[in-house]
Design a protein around this ligand. Structure first.
Ligand SMILES: [Cu+2]
Length: 416
């Protein structure tokens, strides 16, 4: 059971903050399932407002998606049942109520949905939860003088999206973690409303990415930096074998190297083992003969638009034939950062501005959310396995900068 509830948290000295959480006062649990399981999620809303709970990254039928149409009124329970058909991956759940998603996520509604399978089992990945296998939910907040969250949006902020002045990792300010001197696994979610992270370590060290939004990459990818826009995930391995007794920091290069997390490497509990570079093989769709659709991001009369239209719960924007391979060309005509998230499936990024080499090393693999810089165009290759045929349970495509999504940058589609 997942119980959406209101509570009180203490972040600042002497000040209480009213927060929302799932099975607790703030944030939610990490739900762990395996491929082949049947998930039965009983979601109880004990909040004073109607909301929804969306399973971001999950391949599942439309009525179970938890999008804007699956509202849960105060006091009500929503049962979501679906088969786990996808492989090992880091997914998450958060509200998706039309127009108020940004505020509901700011209040603290977010949790992790982690899937394992026989492939991830066999890789001998660091898997001691909280010891060498660490989830990191990156968020930011701003506080009012009385300790409450400040989600007032000035005009400029309503445009670019909410930016807090306090970082929080797993809900904690000035977060730190004690780690053994071995290779460790960080499962990172950008759970912020609008902030982009450009992650690197304080000593500039190289690390290896092993998973994107949709799960394991084919090979571990050596990186020294990694960029995540809201909703994107990455799993990385960090080699701490030679760092016993040392301290290093995870930084956000996009914000003057702000410190997000202190890694305090212990002197005991080490291991010399490392994970091999070859991880899995992925199935790639064939773009030859694929149907292309365009999604052009813009703005009109103070609302954000896709193809000139703002979100309308009563309008289905497109219907996609199930199983058909399509190329979705997403065009950002604005001088502003956006990203693009699709429900119900994963995609691979073909190219950016027509150039395959502009797909970043950390973007190769199965994705469900992609960065769309000012003026950029990305082409995505995808198809849908699940049906969602009825207009009352469509899938969504949208910008995952939540203040943009809430102001219209979203559309709906069925799969038949
Ligand atoms: Cu946007």
């Amino acid at each position: 059971m997942l119980e959406l509830q209101s509570g009180v948290s203490r972040f600042l000295d002497g000040l209480d903050t009213t927060t929302w959480g799932i099975n607790g006062a703030f944030l939610g649990p990490a739900v762990r399932l395996r491929k082949g399981d049947r998930a039965r999620m009983q979601v109880v809303n004990r909040l004073p407002e109607t909301t929804t709970l969306h399973w971001h990254g999950m391949k599942l039928p439309g009525p179970m998606d938890g999008g804007p149409h699956q509202e849960i009124a105060p006091g009500e329970t929503w049962m979501a049942e679906f088969d786990i058909v996808q492989g090992a991956s880091m997914n998450w759940f958060h509200p998706h109520k039309e127009g108020v998603t940004g505020r509901h996520v700011q209040m603290g509604l977010a949790g992790l949905l982690l899937i394992e399978d026989e492939v991830s089992d066999a890789l001998n990945l660091p898997s001691a939860w909280g010891v060498d296998d660490i989830p990191l939910i990156l968020q930011d907040r701003r506080f009012n003088a009385d300790g409450s969250f400040d989600y007032s949006l000035a005009m400029m902020e309503a445009m670019r999206g909410f930016q807090g002045d306090h970082y929080r990792v797993n809900g904690t300010l000035d977060a730190g973690v004690a780690l053994p001197p071995k290779e460790v696994r960080l499962r990172i979610l950008n759970g912020s409303n609008a902030r982009e992270y450009d992650l690197a370590f304080s000593d500039g060290r190289s690390f290896r990415q092993i998973a994107t939004d949709g799960g394991l990459t084919e090979n571990a990818v050596a990186l020294t930096r990694l960029r995540l826009t809201p909703g994107e995930r990455a799993e990385i391995l960090v080699d701490l074998r030679n760092d016993a007794g040392e301290m290093l920091y995870l930084l956000n290069r996009a914000d003057a190297d702000a410190r997000l997390l202190t890694l305090d490497v212990q002197t005991s509990g080490g291991s010399s083992e490392t994970v091999a570079d070859v991880l899995t093989s992925l199935t790639h769709l064939d773009p030859a003969g694929a149907t292309t659709r365009s999604f052009v991001f813009g703005m009109m009369r103070g609302r954000f638009t896709i193809n000139g239209k703002s979100m309308d719960m009563n309008r289905i924007d497109l219907s996609v034939p199930r199983g058909r391979v399509e190329i979705w060309e997403v065009v950002n005509r604005m001088d502003m950062l956006h990203n693009f998230h699709v429900h119900g499936t994963h995609f691979e990024i073909l190219d950016r501005n027509g150039n395959a080499s502009l797909v970043e090393d950390w973007e190769r693999g199965y994705k469900d959310t992609v960065r769309l810089g000012p003026g950029e165009t990305v082409r995505l290759l995808l198809s849908f396995e699940h049906y969602t045929t009825t207009a009352d349970a469509p899938y969504m495509f949208h910008c995952h900068i939540l203040e943009h999504e809430d102001r219209g940058m979203m559309g709906q589609f069925t799969v038949a």
